[in-house]
Write a protein that binds this ligand. Structure first.
Ligand SMILES: [Fe+2]
Ligand SMILES: [Fe+2]
Length: 293
């Protein structure tokens, strides 16, 4: 269907309204996001919020102690984790840990389940940190969270209208190798009149996520369309999405070629050799993260 910009916006707003009873963030996550936005927040504030939620505390400690961070010795307390990793990193880990619950809904088609999307989101998040570290961008923690939520618009579609998402997935026509004949982006546009970038951006706005995260969700297939000050972060997410798609069983329904756009490679100053090396590293890091859970 051919829709105007205004109609697309209406479609996205309607979807977000209709799922608002499902797509609520846990109270603890909202409070952590408030802390992220508040420049006067301290380690004590964060500790107070997290320690109220024992399940979240233990998930955070698991992540902190994973090989991903490569810290010496075991970290047994949230306070210690904040000292070792910094306030921002722990805030982002806390948000990430509380997001897992949103990726529910089982298998929709033989080539798509919420669980697979969650695995892909994690692989992309790890890839974001890897790229940021490799390129010396210093965006690691922010990029990690951006990677984690980049495809959340697909969950919006799933909650909003399951049968339409199944229709879009069928039209994409992925074979057993997971490579679609047509990108899911196109079939979403055809079926919903909007795609997961726009649904995701709408959800981030509703959740009052900081603007860079909304852009990472809204422009990860077209990083140069993002506002200039956020292009680097969005470019990292785009590149990580491509690396994650190239892993064994990588998710590429919305990204059949997994080619990092030329402009993005230039922006991040990435060459072929670095890209190949990072795919190998990412495979190992993702495996480590899975073993941890
Ligand atoms: Fe996507
Ligand atoms: Fe993706």
């Amino acid at each position: 269907m051919s829709v105007t910009e205004e109609q697309r916006q209406e479609i996205v707003e309607k979807a977000i309204r209709e799922i608002s009873h499902i797509a609520t963030l846990p109270e603890v996550t909202l409070r952590i996001i408030e802390l992220v936005e508040d420049p006067t927040s301290t380690a004590q504030d964060l500790h107070a919020v997290i320690s109220n939620d024992p399940a979240l505390s233990s998930r955070i400690l698991k992540v902190v102690n994973s090989s991903f961070y490569g810290l010496p010795g075991q970290i047994a307390s949230i306070n210690r984790a904040i000292v070792m990793l910094g306030l921002n990193a722990v805030k982002n880990i806390a948000i990430a840990a509380s997001l897992a619950k949103l990726f529910r809904g089982g298998e929709l088609t033989p080539t798509f389940s919420a669980k697979e999307l969650w695995n892909h989101s994690n692989a992309t998040a790890i890839g974001c940190k890897l790229i940021s570290d490799t390129c010396g961008l210093g965006l690691g923690d922010e990029a990690y969270l951006a990677g984690l939520i980049h495809d959340i618009g697909i969950m919006v579609e799933m909650q909003y209208d399951r049968s339409k998402l199944i229709d879009a997935l069928d039209k994409a026509g992925a074979g057993v190798d997971g490579i679609p004949k047509v990108s899911l982006l196109e079939t979403e546009n055809e079926v919903f009149g909007a795609n997961h970038q726009e649904f995701g951006q709408g959800l981030c706005a509703k959740w009052k996520f900081p603007a860079p995260f909304a852009s990472a969700t809204g422009f990860h297939h077209n990083p140069l369309g993002a506002p200039a000050e956020q292009q680097k972060l969005v470019a990292v997410v785009h590149a990580a999405d491509c690396l994650a798609g190239r892993l064994a069983n990588g998710f590429r329904l919305d990204n059949p070629s997994c080619e990092i756009q030329r402009e993005v490679r230039e922006l991040l100053k990435l060459n072929d050799e670095q890209i190949e090396e990072m795919v190998g590293k990412l495979q190992v890091m993702v495996q480590d993260a899975e073993n941890m859970i």
